[in-house]
Ligand binder design. Sequence first.
Ligand code: AR6
Length: 172
Amino acid sequence: MEDRIEIIEGDITRQKVDAIVNAANTSLLGGGGVDGAIHRAAGAELLEETRKIGGCPTGEARVSKGYCLPAKWVVHTVGPVWSGGRNDEDALLAGCYRSCFREAVKLGIKSIAFPSISTGAYRFPLDRATGIALTETRQFLLTNKTIAKVMFVCFGERVLNSYKKAYARIFG
Ligand code: AR6
């Protein structure tokens, strides 16, 4: 299973994978952070499509095309806003990863790249979030045979180190 997971430092908009995941908000109309970067790199057609999709609840995912991105698809998911941990944040974040994997299977794709959902503007504690990301990925890959590569694209060394630590704990 280990050779199906890749943890790298980089910009998700540059990744040559079948699908990239966007850490969006419930409107799906764009925003800052990775969402802004994806909309800028994909071009205006992305917003036209996400406007038609009409939003997405927290913990779920919706698919659009990738337009000018190297990735053919964007899986938009909405992470929880951290508010102390008593509002189902862990389960909602796990739901994001599960929903993205479900959409990836439906699309029949082979590779998908994730950013660190909820850990920027939404302030989810980083180590807790990377633990959930890798736990859900492990659970998924145990039974899935179609996805050959799950990539975690870390924006900066702090995020990279957190994933490496979580990886050692969960897969080591
Ligand atoms: N490639 C990979 N990761 C990135 C990139 C990039 N180009 N740019 C930022 N990150 P955030 P959230 C990292 O705030 O916490 C938006 O306004 C970033 O360093 O993008 O889920 C949406 O519209 C961090 O590690 O997403 C929502 O309103 C991670 O991506 C809200 O922010 C997530 O940070 C969602 O907040």
